[in-house]
Design a protein around this ligand. Structure first.
Ligand code: ZN
Length: 81
């Protein structure tokens, strides 16, 4: 079943979205996305998040806004770094 391959694909999704995946892996992921609604949602969400991240120059993100963003994403553990 296609769904059995989801975890493997999800592991490689960030590389895929960063353009670091091999052509072979890209093709495999895109083939899977054609038939897997769940993974499409994941990719769409990740892609939007990454786009937003790249479109927001870090210095322009107010520290309080960053704090709220991190908390809303439950990433507050990273705030200490
Ligand atoms: Zn899938």
């Amino acid at each position: 079943m296609e769904t059995a391959r989801c975890p493997h694909l999800l592991e490689n999704m960030s590389a895929y979205l960063d353009g670091e995946a091999s052509a072979e892996l890209c093709a495999e992921i895109e083939r899977h996305l054609d038939g897997c609604e769940d993974c499409r949602v994941v990719v769409d969400t990740l892609r939007k998040t990454i786009t937003l991240y790249h479109e927001l120059p870090q210095p322009e993100l107010h520290p309080e806004a960053r704090l709220r963003l991190y908390k809303s994403l439950d990433l507050s553990e990273f705030l200490n770094s």
